[in-house]
Write a protein that binds this ligand. Sequence first.
Ligand code: ZN
Length: 502
Amino acid sequence: MARMAQVAERVTERAPATGYEAVIGLEVHAQLLTESKMFCACSARYAGAEPNTLVCPICLGMPGVLPVINQKAVEYTILTALALNCEIPEYSKFDRKNYNYPDLMKGYQISQYDLPLSRNGWLEIPDPTDPEKTRRIGITRVHLEEDTANLKHVRSETGETYSLMDVNRSGVPLMEIVGEPDLRSPEEAGAYLRALRAILRYIGVSTGNMEEGAFRCDANVSLRPRGSSTYGVKVEVKNMNSFRAVERALAYEIERQRALLERGERIVQETRGWVEEKGITQSQRSKEEAHDYRYFPEPDLPPLFIDRAWVEQIRARLPELPEPKRRRFMAEYGLSPDDAATLVSSRTLADFFEQAVRLSGNARAVANWMLRDVRRLLNSSGIEIEQSKLRPEHLAALIALIDSGQLSVRSGPQVLEEVFRTGTAPEQVMREQGLAQVSDTAELEAVIDRVLADPRNAKALADYHGGKQTALGYFVGAVMKETRGKANPALVNQLLRQKLGG
Ligand SMILES: [Zn+2]
């Protein structure tokens, strides 16, 4: 049974739905890193704050108050839209989206409907089936709205259920990025989300943290016969709290719809929630149409005229974005698509890499250290490169110590770990821990003489003289062991040959 389940999972995640093609579009909500909320002066940095302490009559939804637009939030949304190659219309406005849910203080959310801040963009992602290629995914629009309050559903020990409400999140600027239904597999959806989050982080508008709810994703998924250009009935999937969850939920949903279609059954247009523990999607409610929200222009806010000069000022601030940077890293440093993707995954990591390469002149060595040992240290300590004590000059110095034979390749990781932890210069760590490689000829010769004279090595010695050249490796190993790995292997090799040959 367990084996069956495993096989089933592999099938749902790998095999394309036979005869059918998946059509996936993602809607991402990203909280903006502004100081204050969207329409009031309350702090938007609510993480760790006591519940209901960052509130005022506006974000509490009291009647008779007047919202004021946060200009920084508009600027961040335009910056994002430009990074996503969108058009920025000159005229934009806010609308009321009406619906009843306890987390919505006013009974409506201020959002944007027919005149968003931007539209018609695209995002380039690495093609999961061929990392040498890229795919262009359409961006329908990027618009601005406000976040809702946070509901926490509680079940007490006596089985009583109730909900707690924290209004701190209400009114936090929220950017919605609507993608075109251009994605064709769960893997592509994952690649899209990673690429999008990397951009938001590069331009500094959002933490992109999915676990903390700063970056949320809903997916629309439908199936259609391969070769068809019309769309099937779509299902909206919600409640996914990680990229992995999005990929799993989509794989499950594609398989569920395929099974229904193959049995000749109909797909119901609805919203389904991903249940992480069970690995399934469950029906939540039938999907609302836009007219259910009774959108109308927000009467308390003026329309926005977006000045062209301002847009150009914002555009001029765009840094080199992750995908162009990835391609440049491949061309300039000879990196593989995957290695380049890892190094550009954060702007600070990419900057660290380039700085270390400038100092050391050895891109291959810097890349190897960063992709293997530095990455392992970052993962195990759960921090980002900028939070570590490691600096580009440390990595360059470490590589120089190894290149010059002062430090063995074997001891490198141990030195790196200490530098990473304490910020001490590699050379000092090497000296303090007694890891300097022994390149003193006289010292090594004494060890070699001892090893060759050891009766336990007599057989290997006879083998060598009998013509078995591989016995040399045995002696190198024995000398390394004697010196606890600190002997310079090249020098040991050379000295051994002299002794044995002479
Ligand atoms: Zn407020």
